[in-house]
Ligand binder design. Structure first.
Ligand code: NIG
Length: 396
């Protein structure tokens, strides 16, 4: 005999952002979670009975954030590099090597604990789906264990052996390693492969070699591109049918047109742009051209040490010209699209019947408060896969 999954009715919802264009934003709404799925949503007055009832007392409810770009398998700290940057030193890809050394020296248990701690930090702020990457191992053995540990805890795992040519390696033989033995070692644990196509990292030719090999292996593709200047990253991503090209800080008109005419999501990382003293990515230009955008934290110890998706949304509204609706959409449905998890049973980033029961309740009457009250921790409660993941804040 099968037992029905336990159900929870969230009622008294002042504003329900679904991030589903067909449903829009509902008021005086209710939502039923059953097991790990959304079972019902609509007018509070028409809500069915459920095993448990939570009255959110007029608060705003959103889909959990989908953080589609993080680098959380790491050890060590780069406070000094950050301080030097704030004093005027430019960000360079080479800083990655500092984290590589610390990561190689850490035990599996220490890497796992650090990842778990950062995921818990993210969940407590309303993030419910997280992609994370390898890329601080850069040897077959260290990339394999990074991928294995990531796969234990994260929703999506990306192989980023092509993050930097490790000091002391010949670039050509390193690219061969990344697309050969290292790729074979990580493939059982990852769904995606990525390449950092940027000056100081990998050029277009080598990036294309890595993407081709990963595609032949059946992995989905992502690209780090156009972070430190205009370059081939966006074009390469679009030409290879990558699901996402991430950073997009410096875009030519041709890049914007290419993104607008493709299925490749432009994933923007405003916390990184601020922390590396770059201009903010041209979110408004991309949306106006018809491109799909995502917002993500890029949580990593070098260029963007934050797990706060709310900070990214706030920045997108206050400084990048997006409306609250556009920014919330980019941080939920946009991230889901960048991970190709936006459709079907268990989709994330939207609240609709059949979606994963990932719910973020704000201690505020509307999502507008994310920008109206910048920096204020507004998360009141979070459900991830139907389980409440952090202690609920008491009503104030
Ligand atoms: O996305 N751009 C490449 N990788 C990371 C930075 C990693 C680091 O500096 O440690 C990023 O910004």
């Amino acid at each position: 005999m099968t037992t029905a999954a336990r159900s929870t009715l969230l009622t008294g919802i002042g504003e329900l952002t679904t991030s589903d264009p067909a449903l829009g934003t509902l008021h005086d709404a209710a939502l039923v979670l059953e097991g790990a799925r959304v079972a019902w949503l609509g007018d509070a007055g028409a809500a069915p009975a459920a095993d448990d009832v939570v009255d959110v007392d007029g608060r705003a409810v959103l889909p959990g954030w989908v953080d589609s770009h993080t680098h959380l398998v790491f050890a060590g700290d780069r406070t000094e590099e950050f301080e030097a940057r704030m004093a005027g030193k430019p960000y360079e890809a080479g800083g990655i090597a500092v984290t590589v050394e610390a990561t190689r020296g850490a035990s599996d248990a220490a890497l796992r604990a650090n990842l778990a701690r950062h995921l818990a930090e993210a969940y407590a702020q309303g993030t419910t789906c997280v992609e994370t990457k390898t890329g601080y191992g850069l040897s077959t053995v260290d990339e394999e264990r990074s991928a294995r540990i990531a796969a234990e805890l994260a929703d999506e795992v990306t192989y980023l052996g092509a993050h930097l040519v490790p000091p002391g390696h010949d670039p050509n033989s390193y690219v061969d390693l990344v697309r050969g033995e290292m790729l074979d070692a990580v493939t059982p644990y990852v769904g995606w492969a990525d390449v950092f196509c940027e000056r100081g990292a990998f050029d277009e030719h080598d990036s294309a070699k890595v993407l081709r090999a990963a595609g032949q292996q059946g992995l989905g593709l992502r690209v780090h591109g156009n972070q430190l200047g205009e370059g081939p990253g966006v074009r390469l991503a679009v030409e290879h049918g990558a699901a996402s090209v991430d950073h997009c800080t410096y875009l030519s008109d041709a890049d914007v047109d290419a993104l607008a005419g493709s299925d490749t999501v432009a994933t923007l990382l405003p916390a990184c742009d601020l922390s590396t003293r770059q201009p903010l990515a041209p979110a408004r230009r991309l949306l106006d051209a018809g491109a799909t955008i995502a917002l993500a934290s890029n949580a990593n110890p070098g260029s963007s040490y934050t797990t706060s998706m709310a900070f990214c949304v706030t920045t997108a509204v206050l400084q990048m010209g997006l409306s609250v609706t556009e920014a919330v959409h980019a941080a939920t449905a946009g991230g889901a699209r960048a991970l190709r998890r936006d459709t079907g049973d268990g989709a994330v980033g939207t609240l609709r019947v059949g979606a994963r029961a990932d719910v973020h309740v704000l201690d505020a009457p509307s999502a507008t408060h994310l920008a109206y009250r910048p920096g204020v921790p507004l998360t009141w409660a979070v459900w991830r896969r139907g389980e409440e993941v952090s202690p609920r804040r008491r009503p104030t």
